[in-house]
Write a protein that binds this ligand. Structure first.
Ligand code: ADP
Ligand code: MG
Length: 271
């Protein structure tokens, strides 16, 4: 057992509310991301997952609540300090299709460069190491526009790693990937956590989330419905409440985590 110190909590959200115009998009959200853990954020389309991630990085103003990064209030960190503390991979990251993968990854070093400074040999070495860890070093010279969906995700994860931030926020890094590529991305995420990173990852697929995340937060209509271990969160009752009764949760002894499958109308729904 390791002892927990305050800096083991890399991200601490307390009673967060985000309003956009007149609408309260997220409210009453409190969660912690600890060093070495993968925390999954799940919930239906429009639940407020991406909004929560943006608010946690200071990209959206808070209406209420606090964000602390490794013990420091986010509001006390300037842009550069934030980028050194938190690396983000957005839901649909944009980049010029003719940019080379290695150039994209090197951009991750920007928060560490002095004003007008060029990248040093150390920056190139970190970028190379990041590509190797993300499993895309062999694609370094490829233009982004020529990459498959899975390769593209690896490229953006490599850029995030090049930031050398202890906290990673990933918004649906497995969307539109086939099941093998989904597993590979999650194995990569688990390896990053095993190396000491804290990861907050938005996941659409409940079975995937339950399989790979240490803990889950279930968000619906902007509020936390449940949080805890996967088998505590992905229950028939919670899933029926949030996703409706066309979904069945199976607890199969051959699989450590709950399995969520669609049930056709008339199949009896949840057992
Ligand atoms: P999720 O990522 O869980 O699918 P989002 O955080 O993207 O959900 O969106 C949550 C809700 O907030 C949605 O209803 C969305 O339409 C609304 N929303 C998000 N951004 C804006 C915005 N800039 N202006 C108005 N509504 C927004
Ligand atoms: Mg989203």
């Amino acid at each position: 057992m390791t002892t927990t110190t305050s800096t083991d909590t890399l991200l601490r959200l307390r009673d967060l509310e985000v309003r956009i115009g007149d609408a309260s998009i997220v409210r009453g959200v409190s969660l912690d991301v600890r060093r070495g853990e993968v925390l999954g954020l799940i919930g239906p389309n429009g639940a407020g997952k991406s909004t929560l991630l943006r608010a946690a990085t200071g990209l959206l103003p808070l209406t209420h609540g606090t964000v602390e990064v490794a013990g420091a209030p986010l509001t006390q960190l300037d842009r550069r300090a934030r980028a050194q503390a938190i690396a983000v991979v957005q839901q649909l990251p944009e980049a010029p299709p003719t940019m080379r993968l290695a150039e994209l990854v090197l951009l991750g070093r920007n928060p560490h460069l002095g004003l007008l400074a060029r990248e040093s040999a150390h920056d190139y070495a970190v970028a190379q190491d990041s590509m190797e860890r993300a499993g895309c070093a062999d694609l370094a010279d490829r233009m982004l526009g020529t990459l498959s969906g899975g390769q593209r995700r690896r490229a953006f994860i490599a850029r995030a790693l090049a930031q050398e931030a202890p906290l990673l926020l990933l918004d649906e890094p497995t969307a539109n990937l086939d099941v093998q590529a989904q597993c590979e991305i999650f194995e990569l995420i688990r390896a990053l956590a095993a190396n000491g990173a804290g990861v907050l990852v938005v996941v659409h697929d409940l079975t995937l989330a339950a399989t790979y995340c240490d803990r889950l937060v279930l968000l619906a209509a902007g509020s936390v419905v449940a949080q805890g271990a996967p088998h505590e969160v992905v229950t028939s009752a919670n899933v029926a409440r949030v996703y409706g009764d066309r979904v069945t949760v199976i607890n199969d002894p051959s699989h450590a985590a709950p399995i969520v499958v669609p049930a056709r109308a008339g199949d009896g729904g949840n057992p």
